[in-house]
Structure formats: structure tokens, C-alpha cells
Design a protein around this ligand. Structure first.
Ligand code: NAD
Ligand code: MN
Length: 358
């Protein structure tokens, strides 16, 4: 029987609460399906680790997780540690060296959940956002001089490479092709950003020629926010840069009901390194410790992880269980306007898995 070794990195704040819920559900699921087992190695990296050791993860941290089948991640961020330290010290310190260049963010309105958009039907908002996850605006290049002085200058350099853009574009066209509508929207800002973004447009056109069966169009990122809110049904698969897609996917999550349900996969499609699965939300210290974090995003991330591992029966069973639970407003956490707790939602998903006969 196949055993998957999963590196669990809960991180900070509600990351710990939702990853605990996620591993519990995955244990039940593996037992229910019988065809595989999952063992979790837990790593206590994050802001508490940083306060003790001065680093978010040990220097050889990646060596401990490079041979795992996947990484199940919570979130980073603490009120008393600068955000750029937590992000660069852990999440990006895994994503970038492991070349998880394709960040995939499905968005749809789950049963029972209301979109803040008036009159939108459940079927009219069903997107996958592909975020370039290895370069662009988050290449980490730039610097500051004359810090604190009136003449201070700070630069944040975006780096786009032909190889990097081409591979994410192919990934996005492949994904679009695999979906029923075979439709891709390429987002840029090539009117104002006249180097990297113009190259994106050129590469999109070149790659599109390899995919005559995929219908595609281009949008500027500012206009894209309008189209997402006013004509959501005209969109399907979307590809954008690291920064643009970061912003668009929080908007997408809100339009689908809550940040608390939105999952993501950081994929190294070639499989040379493990891929990482996580909710898109942060550590939410405003609600940490209250037991009310919505675990749905983390469950849906587990669905993506199972898909990635090739465990289709289990992934479909988990998604059905999650949708059964969201369909019941009594099982909505406060971010969805309800009063349910993380524990109640987790128990309900477990019960739905056990009661699922398919
Ligand atoms: P956040 O995503 O943590 O929270 C934004 C709002 O959404 C908060 O009101 C929060 O309570 C709510 N929310 C988020 N997830 C929820 C869930 N599962 N259930 C219920 N409500 C939920 O973003 P923020 O407040 O901007 O940042 C808090 C910290 O998280 C910061 O330190 C930030 O740097 C970090 N952060 C980390 C990641 C990551 O690890 N991937 C992503 C975003 C933010
Ligand atoms: Mn983000």
C-alpha cells in the first residue's frame, strides 16, 4: 500500500488551528479509502521558532522536507515580527528554492455560500487563477540607500525571464485546455510597465499559437478587477504575474464568499521538488486562539494535494464532504456570517466523509 510522507508546517496563528484540522481529516480519509496511508512529519517553524532561534526555519530546513511527497502549509505572520521577515524567512524560502513556479488558485462559489455580488449564480463564477510564483515583482531584488534620510531611495526590481514567462504561460494554456470552456485570460499591465509586461504579451501570443483549441484574451490588471466584479461569467482560467495574481486572488476569494475558503497549490510541475498546499489566507491574529477559523480553505487545499498525488477517489470524496458541509448555514464560521466553530466544521466534514457512499 502506498504511504505518502507529508511535511506539515502549520506556521503561525490560525495556521496551527487549520492545519491540525486538515491533518485530522486526512487521517480519517486515508482510513476510509483504504488504498493509501499518510504519515505527517510536523515542523514547528515560524514566528515562535524565530523568537527563539533568530531564524524562521533552520539553515538546513529544506533538506528535511525535500524528499517528502508534499508539503501541507498553514500561514505565517505574527504581530511582533515584521511581515517581510516571516514571509521571506519561511514561505518564500520554500517556494522559491523548490521552484514551485506555478501557483494555482481555484475559485468558485461553494454550495450554501453567498457571494457579495448581487444576482451572480453559482455557475457564473468558476475560475482558476494561475500565479507566476518564482520571479516578477517578488524576485527579491532591489535595495535602499540613505535609509531614513530625506534623500532615501528604495528600489523593488521586477525580473521577468523569457524562460520563466514561457513556462508559466504553457502551464496556464495546458490548464485552460483541461477545463470544459478552454478559455484563458492573460493579465498584464503592458501600457504602463513597458518592459516585462510587453514581453508577457509577446510570449502569450507565441505560446497561444501552440494551443489553437484554447480561446484566449488579454486584460490590463486594473480593468480586470472590474471585469471580475461586473462580468464574472466571462472568465475561466486566468494567468497573471506574482504581484497581480496575488491581489486578484484575494479579490476572487472575497467574491466567492470569504478568504477563509480559498485554497492554493504551489506546484513544481516537473516533480523535482515537493509541491506545497496551503490556504491563501494569512495567520489572522485578530481571531487566533478563538477556535473560529474557517478550516474550509485548508480542507480544499488538501483536495488539491490529493489530486496532485493522484488520489482521485479520495480527493473527490473530500470535496463532496466539504460541499455538503458548506451547504448547511448552521455549519458556517463567523467569516461566512455563521456561528460555527472550527471544531464543529471539522467534525461535520469527518462525518460527511464517513457517511459518503460513493
Ligand atoms: P489574513 O488573511 O491573516 O486575515 C485577513 C482577514 O481575514 C482577517 O480579518 C482574518 O480574521 C480573516 N480570515 C483570514 N483567514 C480566515 C479564516 N480561515 N477563517 C476566518 N477568517 C479568516 O491577512 P492579514 O490580516 O493581512 O495578515 C495577517 C498576517 O498574516 C500578517 O502577518 C501577514 O503578513 C500574514 N499573511 C501570511 C500569508 C501566508 O502565510 N501565506 C498570507 C497573507 C497574510
Ligand atoms: Mn496574498
Amino acid at each position: 500500500m502506498k504511504n505518502y510522507r507529508i511535511a506539515a508546517i502549520p506556521g503561525d496563528g490560525i495556521g496551527k488551528e487549520v492545519v491540525a484540522a486538515g491533518t485530522e481529516v486526512l487521517d480519517v480519509l486515508a482510513k476510509r479509502d483504504g488504498g493509501f496511508t499518510m504519515s505527517f512529519d510536523h515542523f514547528d517553524w515560524g514566528s515562535d521558532y524565530y523568537k527563539k532561534h533568530g531564524v524562521m526555519m533552520p539553515a538546513d530546513g529544506r533538506d528535511h522536507i525535500k524528499d517528502h511527497d508534499a508539503i501541507y502549509f498553514g500561514a505565517v505572520g505574527a504581530p511582533d515580527v515584521p511581515d517581510h521577515v516571516t514571509l521571506w524567512g519561511l514561505r518564500l524560502a520554500i517556494c522559491q528554492p523548490f521552484d514551485q513556479y506555478a501557483n494555482v488558485r481555484p475559485t468558485r462559489i461553494l454550495p450554501g455560500i453567498e457571494s457579495p455580488l448581487r444576482n451572480v449564480k453559482q455557475t457564473e463564477l468558476d475560475w482558476v487563477i494561475v500565479r507566476e510564483n518564482s520571479e516578477g515583482e517578488y524576485a527579491g531584488q532591489g535595495g535602499r540607500s540613505h535609509v531614513g534620510l530625506p534623500e532615501e531611495v528604495a528600489t523593488e526590481v521586477s525580473i521577468f525571464t523569457r524562460a520563466g514567462v514561457t513556462r508559466i504561460m504553457r502551464f496556464a494554456f495546458d490548464l485552460a485546455r483541461s477545463r470544459p470552456r478552454k478559455k484563458l485570460t492573460v493579465v498584464t499591465k503592458s501600457n504602463a510597465q513597458r518592459n516585462g509586461m510587453v514581453m508577457w504579451d509577446e510570449i502569450a501570443k507565441e505560446v497561444a499559437a501552440e494551443y489553437p483549441d484554447v480561446e484566449w484574451d488579454k486584460m490590463l490588471v486594473d480593468a480586470m478587477t472590474m471585469r471580475m466584479t461586473l462580468r464574472p461569467e466571462t472568465l475561466d482560467t486566468i494567468v497573471a504575474t506574482n504581484l497581480h495574481a496575488d491581489i486578484l486572488s484575494d479579490l476572487a476569494a472575497a467574491l466567492a464568499g470569504s478568504l477563509g475558503i480559498a485554497p492554493t497549490a504551489n506546484l513544481n510541475p516537473e516533480g523535482k521538488f515537493p509541491s506545497m498546499f496551503e490556504p491563501i489566507h494569512g495567520s489572522a491574529f485578530d481571531i487566533t486562539g478563538q477556535g473560529i477559523a474557517n478550516p474550509v480553505a485548508t480542507f480544499w487545499s488538501a483536495v488539491m494535494m490529493l489530486d496532485h498525488l493522484g488520489e482521485k477517489t479520495a480527493s473527490e470524496r473530500l470535496m463532496r464532504a466539504v460541499e455538503r458541509v458548506t451547504a448547511n448555514p448552521d455549519l458556517h464560521t463567523p467569516d461566512l456570517g455563521g456561528t460555527a466553530t472550527t471544531r464543529q466544521v471539522t467534525d461535520a466534514v469527518i462525518a460527511a466523509i464517513q457517511g459518503d457512499n460513493k
